[in-house]
Design a protein around this ligand. Structure first.
Ligand code: PLP
Length: 444
């Protein structure tokens, strides 16, 4: 028996993975270990950090909050933090999204959206509209509803039996086109499957959920904007709600404040988290149209939305989120985003024809390189080799199997970002060796 209570680390196979590195300090794009090593946090600490670690204004806002108020519940009470944050978000969200429901993280923002969608139809007298449509390669989180709408994967395989059934339709994964087209010859034919499904079953479908333009954990898959536009059009045509999961894509990640903006699309529900607080404290939020909210306002108590997490609307998280949004105004954040996007495009173009590379893709601050591998997928042999190679070079990257991606804080400098791309370019020359099964690798 252990005398210590030992931390059980997420996404870690203790028997195979290196021991976790103990981080003692974080500043800007760097995280530091106590023994003096430093790493460029090139994935923004699981896609949350926007302005760099320990941004002084963010730290000051949190410190200031300590003098005012700690956590108070949000049922029957409100506070300046969530009220001000809501007004600031109102300025950057599509005008049609008029109500905000706070929760704790990305997964709970998804649970809330799914439950609002289903209860909306129930409250509107159309209770048969219950089922959800989700995309292949989707990832929406680790709670049960979020796992259900996520596609089958190593992440949720043990829980197959209690994920609820959903309609699964093609995503626009152009490199592995589900309908055998090439981008040059296609007319977004992959969306036809959704079109047929909605034409046939719209009477029982509550909502379609998508990660707009960028599917993250499923492989950093970038969709053509037309795909999202067509999905929006089909949802409107068939009276089905569109849920946009902007948990990853929101707050500038894809080049605009929200990915939906790039396609000129307004969803009925939008899920926010990760970057909402600049990546400093946990917070989730689900925003929806006035029409959806109206279906919950009634003199009938059973129509209320009975969902609430203990830390919903936490004042410290709200303070951080307010400052993060003000940094978008006080600092040239979108210029930084544009500069990152340009470097990504140039560096990807330079390696696109390397024999180890199958596909390169980028959107805004996210760049991905899909490596050729006979064991493509999250458990690819390439993954641990790449991970260690990058750490040894002082760069934190967590490839999704055979897919390397870069998703840095917006505060990264050109030199730092080039350093990351240089290491990736170097790694490509090792991929042939690393992709061999262990016995074959030793025999040569
Ligand atoms: N939705 C998307 C698109 C995500 O990428 C994630 C997490 O990576 C989630 C939802 C779940 O967020 P969280 O991990 O905060 O629960």
């Amino acid at each position: 028996m252990n005398s210590k209570l030992r931390v059980w680390h997420p996404f870690t196979q203790e028997a195979l993975d290196p021991a976790p590195l103990r981080i003692t300090r974080a500043q800007g794009v760097y995280i530091y270990t106590g023994d003096g090593r430093r790493f460029i946090d090139a994935i923004s600490s699981w896609w949350v950090n926007l302005h760099g670690h320990c941004h002084p204004a963010m730290m000051a806002a949190i410190a200031e909050q300590t003098a005012k108020m700690d956590h108070v519940l949000l049922a029957g009470f409100t506070h300046d933090g969530v009220e001000e944050l809501s007004q600031r978000l109102r300025k950057v969200l599509p005008r049609e999204l008029e109500h905000i429901f706070f929760s704790d993280d990305g997964s709970t923002a998804i649970e809330v959206a799914l439950k609002i969608a289903v209860q909306y139809w129930q409250n509107s007298g159309r209770a048969q509209k219950q089922s959800i449509v989700a995309l292949e390669h989707a990832y929406h989180g680790d709670t049960v509803g979020a796992m259900s709408v996520s596609d089958d994967s190593i992440f949720n395989d043990p829980f197959r039996s209690f994920r609820f059934p959903v309609h699964r339709v093609h995503s626009a994964y152009c490199y592995r086109c589900p309908v055998g087209k090439t981008r040059a010859s296609c007319d977004i034919d992959c969306v036809e499957q959704l079109a047929r499904l909605l034409a046939e079953k719209h009477a029982e479908i509550a909502a379609v959920i998508v990660e707009p333009l960028l599917q993250g954990a499923g492989g950093m898959i970038v969709h053509p904007v037309e795909f999202l536009q067509r999905v929006r059009h089909l949802c409107t045509q068939h009276d089905v709600l569109l849920i946009a999961d902007e948990v990853l894509t929101g707050f500038g990640r894809c080049g605009k404040m929200f990915a939906c903006e790039l396609a000129g699309v307004v969803p009925d529900l939008m899920c926010l988290s990760k970057g909402i607080t600049g990546g400093v404290l946990p917070m989730g939020a689900t925003v929806c149209t006035g029409e959806i909210h109206r279906a919950f306002v009634s003199d009938d108590r059973t129509r209320a939305f009975y969902h609430g997490h203990s830390y919903t609307g936490n004042p410290f998280a709200a303070a951080a989120a307010i400052v993060s949004l003000s940094i978008f105004e006080s600092e040239p954040v979108f210029e930084r985003i544009g500069a990152i996007a340009k470097i990504h495009r140039e560096r990807l173009a330079a390696i696109a024809n390397h024999p180890a590379v199958g596909d390169v893709r980028s959107i805004g601050t996210v760049a991905a390189i899909e490596l050729r591998a006979d064991d493509a997928g999250y458990s690819s042999r390439l993954r641990p080799k790449l991970y260690s190679f990058f750490l040894d070079a002082g760069v934190l990257l967590r490839p999704l199997g055979n897919i390397i991606y870069v998703l840095p804080p917006y505060a990264i400098t050109a030199d730092e970002l080039h350093y990351v791309h240089d290491r990736i370019a170097e790694s490509l020359d090792h991929c042939e060796e690393w992709s061999k099964p262990a016995s074959a690798a030793h025999s040569v």
